[in-house]
Design a protein around this ligand. Structure first.
Ligand SMILES: Nc1ncnc2c1ncn2[C@@H]1O[C@H](COP(=O)(O)OP(=O)(O)OP(=O)(O)O)[C@@H](O)[C@H]1O
Ligand SMILES: O=C(O)c1ccc[n+]([C@@H]2O[C@H](COP(=O)([O-])O)[C@@H](O)[C@H]2O)c1
Length: 192
């Protein structure tokens, strides 16, 4: 079984995330894509971060109609901040027969050389990178790397930061969130 691990803060999950996961579900040999909701990204402050279980619920609402997409709370029970290498080791022990790949936006590839044990991650796992406009450059060591697969797909200028800011300013952002996600965010008064 080939599983694509889509790690993220998902604060909140938006249609960009869904388009990326669906693109891989339809155009790669991945059997499943797990949205791994991260309690604490080691590079990000926790302020403005919604509760773990609220973010997980939003991912559940976004993915429930998609057969190959599944939410995962695996990192909720691991030490924080969440270093991806620790999660990968844990998952590989728990599911020794599964072949795990990573899915990330190009912004994350630009800082990937700063991740804990990134060489070990690259030794053992393929990475699918979705194009994204962002500051900085990808390190030359990652150019044409056999484990790194660049996805040929249109760029989407969309981020959770922009969505959170727009909700705070009272703007209508409904098209940027899956319908059930927007309804829950609105009902619970999140990000206001
Ligand atoms: N519009 C996008 N295009 C490509 N990749 C994206 C896009 N939005 C998110 N991603 C990728 O999805 C993963 C999870 O992203 P994350 O939950 O941090 O969303 P975000 O929109 O980047 O959030 P924030 O604005 O809070 O940093 C990351 O690998 C990120 O690079
Ligand atoms: O392992 C690391 O050193 C590391 C450094 C930065 C980010 N990550 C992970 O990358 C994932 C993407 O985070 P985010 O906040 O951009 O959605 C999330 O699972 C983080 O824990 C991991």
């Amino acid at each position: 079984m080939k599983v694509g691990l889509y790690f993220g803060s998902f604060n909140p999950v938006h249609i960009g995330h869904l388009i990326i996961a669906n693109h891989l579900a339809e155009n790669s040999d991945l059997d499943q894509i797990w949205f791994v909701v991260t309690p604490h990204n080691p590079f990000k402050k926790k302020s403005s971060l919604l509760d773990n279980y609220d973010r997980l619920e939003l991912v559940h609402l976004a993915t429930k109609d998609y057969f190959k997409l599944t939410p995962s709370d695996i990192e909720f029970h691991l030490p924080q901040p969440n270093y991806t290498i620790n999660t990968l080791v844990h998952l590989q022990e728990k599911f020794p027969k599964y072949d795990f790949s990573l899915i990330m936006g190009e912004d994350n590839l630009k800082s990937f050389h700063k991740w804990k044990n990134y060489e070990v991650i690259l030794e053992n796992h393929d990475i699918y990178v979705y194009p994204r406009l962002s500051e900085g450059k990808v390190e030359t060591q990652f150019d044409k790397h056999k484990r790194i697969n660049h996805i040929d797909a249109p760029i989407m200028e969309l981020s959770s930061t922009f969505i959170r800011k727009s909700i705070k300013e009272g703007k209508d952002i409904r098209p940027m969130l899956p319908k059930h996600v927007w309804e829950y965010v609105d009902e619970m008064n999140f990000y206001r």
